[in-house]
Design a protein around this ligand. Sequence first.
Ligand SMILES: *Cc1c(COP(=O)(O)O)cnc(C)c1O
Length: 492
Amino acid sequence: MIYQSTRSDYTTDSLHAVLNGLAPDGGLFVRQNITGNAFNWQECLNRSSTDMAKMLLKNFFPDFQDIDSIVDKSYRNKFETEDLTPLVPVKNGYILELFRGPTSAFKDVALSVLPHLIVQAKKQTDTKGDIVILTATSGDTGKAALEGFHDVEGTQIVVFYPNDGVSEIQKKQMTSQIGKNVSVCAVNGNFDDCQTGVKKAFANLREKLFANGKILSSANSINIGRLVPQITYYFIAYKKLVRLGKIKIGEPVNFSVPTGNFGDILAGYYAKLSGLPVGKLICASNSNNVLTDFLKSGVYDKNRNLIKSMSPSMDILVSSNLERLLFHASGNNTEAVKNWMQNLNSNGYFKVDSSTLSAIQQTFEAGFCSEEDTLNAIRNCWKENGYLCDTHTAVAYHVAMQSEALGKSNNPCVILSTASPYKFPNAVLTALEEPVSDDEFDMMQHIRKITGVEIPANLSSLKDRKPVHNDVIDVSQIEHYVTEAVNGNSMS
Ligand SMILES: *Cc1c(COP(=O)(O)O)cnc(C)c1O
């Protein structure tokens, strides 16, 4: 029993932590005593990328059998590059490309693995019935989850997206998704409507579907099975820097992370707790800078308007995975975490004590990036390095260049790059001071022409792919849609 809830002393094993996603008290599952558990991080640095993933998964999920074959199935022939996440030098640092997977978004790193972990957990716990993944998406998660779960035995997946809330490319990525166990549906309304509708369906259908042998679950980043695979690329980056002769083993490396739900950056913290010499973790936000304020002041205040930015995957006011950091930084104080979360829920606000804040600030720094600076960062990065980055990466690039940690230390800084620039052609062309049009596929071609950067195959082939999912419904129909989809699409 090495997993426990962030909000009580409820414990469980790693299989049930992955299978259930959330603790019964509403808390998130955290691994107890990560530092005390002698992980051989130096040995890990000698391994290939996939072998690193295997070693880390075995360490965090000791109850799982067949981790080797799970990792092989997850990554083999699915990523463009052999080492999963290439490291590219730029003027004042390095860019770690996390977007070389099947949907050109960093969520592929984890969502390629999660379905296989769930299936394995189901098998070992002798859990009967299909797992039904229900997801509302503002773009990236939906496609990465579809790609991960399609045709995985014993699972079904239903994805809802806001009809007018995703880009043309993102829509085409989802509507052309193949697979016998997938359903994709547009909802009239915005992302919030979509998400509210899905949460309601979740609550209302859970028991009814369970009686029919279906277990409802979700693919979002509160599941510990999505977090752990992300630890790997911090090790990959570190190993590369050692091989390049930029650092000696033991010297710290800083990371700048474009942050939304706090999953990506928390994986960096877990890398550090596992022994990897991580220096500062720089939390980079867009204009929705709740986390910047929190990490500087200890006050989390979501009572503000959500701004629609050009880095939409970071347009978030409640960063779920922060709860896990609060648990670790407060010295496993579940009572305190529970109270903070209750305050957040009822007042949209909480304030942590000074010792928790200073524990956090030992590792975390924060900064944010305006819309204008996002465009400037894309342009500067291109002009200075000949490196074309997307809007989310641009946020992390800008914040890294402003960061105190970078200014003061000679330690290298790695900027995590979370999406291909080709997913946001309008912003990229605007940044490069080139004309835009209303056809995203034409804009892709134009970017390629002026920069020479290759378009990822999964995106260039999209234009000609036929949409096979054309349903559009109202929010009130979501529940009905799920019931129909689940009964019609079974693979078992
Ligand atoms: C999801 C996402 C992020 C934010 O990652 P978190 O783990 O939620 O902090 C950043 N960039 C892109 C492109 C994403 O899809």
